[in-house]
Design a protein around this ligand. Structure first.
Ligand code: SF4
Length: 330
C-alpha cells in the first residue's frame, strides 16, 4: 500500500465523502431522560454516567443551575452555530446531534416533533440520534427510515462493552445481545449506525479489549467512538473507587495509545473512527491526578490524541485492520 495512505478510516473522511465537505455536529438536549435514570430500570444510572459533563452550556437556559432547563431546539441550534462558527469557519453545514440521555426514549409522536423541529432549521442537513439499544423498536426505526429518504439520519448506540459481566458491573441495564439486535435492526433499514465503546472498564484487561474488536467487526456498524474510562464527579463509579470496592488500574497516556493502536489494527477498515478518547471540563474529573497531562502540566486535549495514534501506527508501519487477516491465518 502507498505509504501516504491514511492509517485509519476517519469519520471526517466519511463525512466529506457523504456530504462533500466538513460537517459540524451541534449537540442538542431535547429534554429526554433514560430508563436507567427515571426508575424504570434504576435511578442511579450507569456507574460512569454524569450527563452534565458532556452537555454544552448553550443547550440550557442557565448552565450553572442544577436544574436542567433546556432551551427550545431552534434556539439551541442557533446558539450552537454561533458558538462553533467562531472556531470552525469552513463548515459545509450542520448536523443536529441528539446527545443528552436516551433520545429514542419517548412516545413516537414526541420524538417526531423534536427531530422534525431540528430538521426544519435551514442550516441543519441531518440528525444523529444517540440512544440506548433497549430504547428502540420497529415502529421508531420504520419512522427513521422514512425520514432518511429526505434527510441524513444516523443512530448512535451506547455499546460501552461487549461483555455481559461488565455491563452488569456498570449497571447498564441491558445485555450485549440487546445491542447486537438493535444494531442489526437499524442497519437492515439502511440507516447509518454508530457505536460508542469505553476502553478500560472495570475487569477488562488488554486481551479482552482486543477481543471486543472482533465482536464489533461482526456487527453491521458504520462508525465507532472510543472513549477512555473517566472517573467523573457525582457518579457511582467515583464512589466505588473512593471506597475501594472497585480497583481501577491507572492507564497512562502511552499505554492507552498503544492499546488503542492494537485495537485499531484489529478493527474492520470499513468502520469509520470518530474519536479515540473523550474529554470533559477538568472540574468534572473526580480524580484529576489521573487525567493525562503534558510534561508542563497542561491537560492533553482530545484533538491531540488522533495525531499520537497516527504517529504510533506509522512507527509500527500498520493501518486499521492490518492484524485481522494475520490473526485468522495464524
Ligand atoms: S450513560 Fe446513558 S443510559 Fe447510562 S445512565 Fe447515563 S444517560 Fe442513561
Amino acid at each position: 500500500m502507498d505509504d501516504s495512505a491514511p492509517r485509519y478510516y476517519s469519520y471526517a473522511s466519511y463525512m466529506r465523502h457523504t456530504f462533500g465537505s466538513r460537517m459540524q455536529k451541534l449537540s442538542i438536549d431535547a429534554g429526554f431522560t433514560c430508563p436507567n435514570r427515571d426508575g424504570t430500570l434504576s435511578k442511579t444510572g450507569c456507574t460512569f454516567c454524569n450527563n452534565t459533563a458532556f452537555n454544552p452550556s448553550y443547550c440550557h437556559t442557565d448552565s450553572q443551575s442544577p436544574l436542567r432547563v433546556v432551551k427550545p431546539i431552534a434556539q439551541q441550534i442557533d446558539d450552537g452555530i454561533a458558538f462553533h462558527s467562531v472556531r470552525y469557519r469552513n463548515s459545509g453545514g450542520y448536523l443536529a446531534y441528539f446527545q443528552a440521555y436516551s433520545n429514542t426514549y419517548a412516545p413516537l409522536t414526541l420524538l417526531r416533533q423534536r427531530y422534525e423541529q431540528a430538521l426544519s432549521h435551514p442550516q441543519v442537513r441531518g440528525i444523529i440520534i444517540g440512544t440506548r439499544p433497549d430504547c428502540i423498536d420497529d415502529e421508531k426505526l420504520d419512522y427513521l427510515a422514512h425520514l432518511a429518504k429526505q434527510h441524513y439520519v444516523a443512530v448512535e448506540y451506547g455499546i460501552e462493552s461487549c461483555y455481559d459481566e461488565t455491563l452488569r458491573r456498570i449497571n447498564r441495564g441491558h445485555d450485549f445481545a440487546t445491542t447486537c439486535h438493535a444494531i442489526r435492526l437499524t442497519a437492515r433499514r439502511g440507516l447509518h449506525c454508530g457505536g460508542h465503546l469505553i476502553i478500560g472498564l472495570p475487569g477488562e484487561q488488554h486481551d479482552a479489549i482486543l477481543d471486543e474488536a472482533k465482536m464489533i467487526n461482526d456487527l453491521p456498524l458504520d462508525s465507532i467512538k472510543l472513549h477512555q474510562l473517566q472517573v467523573l464527579r457525582d457518579t457511582t463509579l467515583a464512589q466505588q473507587v473512593a471506597e475501594g470496592s472497585i480497583i481501577l488500574p491507572r492507564i497512562d497516556l502511552d499505554d492507552y495509545i498503544s492499546l488503542v493502536c492494537d485495537f485499531v489494527e484489529r478493527l474492520r477498515p470499513t468502520i469509520a473512527i470518530e474519536r479515540f478518547a473523550g474529554e470533559v471540563p477538568p472540574r468534572y474529573q473526580a480524580m484529576p491526578d489521573r487525567a493525562w497531562r503534558h510534561p508542563d502540566g497542561r491537560y492533553v486535549r482530545n484533538e491531540q490524541i488522533a495525531p499520537m495514534i497516527v504517529a504510533e501506527l506509522s512507527r509500527r508501519g500498520t493501518r486499521q485492520g492490518d492484524k485481522i487477516q494475520s490473526e485468522y491465518s495464524d
